[in-house]
Design a protein around this ligand. Structure first.
Ligand SMILES: [Ca+2]
Ligand SMILES: [Ca+2]
Ligand SMILES: [Ca+2]
Length: 428
């Protein structure tokens, strides 16, 4: 099985968060980090933004020895500072979850939901895959008997000790296609597991090195594609579950890692769309958790046939999942708009209300119409939205990342509330 080169495994937002922080301190910290890591002087100003640098991408495909990235450079399309708003009605359909992530709707109309778990080191096996059915047809999945666990007791981990943000990893993306339904378990370090779901039975399909946070199936090519946020790679997975590297993203123009976070496919063009966080401007473990740089994320488009890729839209803040409709309209999430309240350790949560790294209730849903170069905000105030499911004219959004039960600022910003995972449905 293909394995990427050894490297320190780091989470997408871990590195992403390192892009945030003080404009005054960051350059200094960057130099310090570079010295600590022995990797020479910083390659550019840390705050030059999330521009994808020129330079050859790499691939280990035997029949693809070189990749020619496209570089729009001057004509780069940047997210406007104040895109128009067209806020859509939304309703909470599931509450009291523990880091809900992957969402998938089966043909039978059942909602599959993966939950990364609590991230509690004292009880680490809290991740799960469940099916949700609205048996009493009241519009939610909160009533007795509406949730069935298909796979439980999966490892869940909070990386706050490393990244100083409240961030939980475990069960992750779900995708279906080719008579398979696949869910990933993507830990912070080491290999990810891919599980197959058949007739409510879950079995292990494959194990692939890297943090495979998200996965998608191409019906056109009968192949799976995944992002590995720990190794900055786009990965192809064949029908037997074997992985090969399709592309390793080059560093950003400012020298930071380009961290692929989520992936989807444009059914119209057959191209892959990938959301990209930037890495930390101060090295992988040297920040206080809030050093990530707003507006340094991007969405890239990649042709899985030619390996050519280009930034489609730059200037996003912490972009997470995306979904593409049949007509090529892209829906994309931003996790938050800024990075606040470093979390030095778990004890800090008992000291009171805290954002815990990601500004709570500041996420957005964007509608991106690439041909028209149009971006519209469809939802604001989302609470750390991570995963997205598009079904007809409805969008389902997983929210509420972090340590369940701790106090966080509420949506008004005046009071506080208890952190809890939930799913909202937006009608387009
Ligand atoms: Ca119900
Ligand atoms: Ca109910
Ligand atoms: Ca996705």
């Amino acid at each position: 099985m293909w394995r990427p080169k050894l490297r320190v495994s780091i989470m997408w937002s871990y590195r992403a968060c390192r892009r945030q922080g003080s404009a005054l301190l960051a350059p200094l910290l960057s130099v310090i980090a570079s010295c600590q890591l022995g990797c020479g002087p910083p390659q550019g100003p840390p705050h030059s933004g999330g521009r994808l640098a020129e330079g050859p991408a790499t691939t280990n495909e035997q029949h693809a020895t070189s990749v020619t990235p496209q570089h729009p450079a001057a004509s780069e399309w940047t997210l406007p500072k104040m895109p128009p708003h067209e806020l859509k009605p939304r309703v909470r359909v599931a509450s009291g979850l523990v880091n809900p992530r992957g969402l998938y709707e089966t043909e039978a109309g059942v909602l599959l939901v993966s939950q990364a778990g609590t991230g509690n080191p004292n009880a680490p096996f809290t991740g799960s895959l469940s099916e949700f059915r609205d048996r009493n047809h009241d519009g939610d999945f909160d009533d007795p008997g509406e949730r069935t666990v298909l796979l439980g007791r999966q490892f869940s981990t909070n990386i706050l000790d490393i990244v100083h943000r409240d961030e939980v990893f475990g069960m992750a993306g779900i995708a279906g296609g080719g008579a398979k339904m696949v869910v990933t378990h993507a830990p912070f370090d080491g290999a990810s597991s891919l599980f197959l779901l058949r007739d409510k039975q879950v079995s292990k399909w494959s194990e692939i090195e890297g943090t495979l946070n998200d996965i998608v199936f191409s019906a056109q090519r009968s192949e799976w594609f995944a992002v590995s946020s720990s190794s900055d790679e786009i990965i192809r997975i064949n029908d037997a579950g074997h992985a090969s590297q399709l592309l390793k993203l080059p560093k950003l123009a400012d020298g930071q890692d380009a961290v692929p976070a989520y992936i989807d496919l444009n059914p119209q063009s057959g191209k892959l769309l990938i959301s990209v966080f930037g890495g930390s401007p101060v090295g992988e473990s040297a920040g206080d958790g809030t050093e990530l740089v707003p507006s340094s994320g991007s969405i890239i488009e990649m042709d899985p046939q030619s390996f050519k890729w280009r930034p489609l839209l730059v200037g996003l803040t912490a972009p997470t999942d995306l979904a593409v409709s049949a007509d090529g309209t892209i829906y994309a999430l931003e996790l938050c708009d800024s990075f606040l309240d470093p979390t030095p350790d778990r004890k800090s949560f008992s000291r009171g209300v805290s954002h815990g790294g990601f500004r709570r209730h500041s996420g957005r849903l964007l509608r991106i119409e690439a041909k028209r170069h149009s971006v519209t905000v469809l939802a604001t105030g989302l609470d750390t939205p991570s995963n997205l499911l598009l079904s007809g004219n409805q969008l389902w959004i997983s929210q509420g990342m972090g340590t369940p039960g701790r106090r966080i600022p509420n949506a008004t910003g005046i009071g506080s509330e208890t952190l809890s995972g939930f799913i909202e449905r937006i009608t387009l």
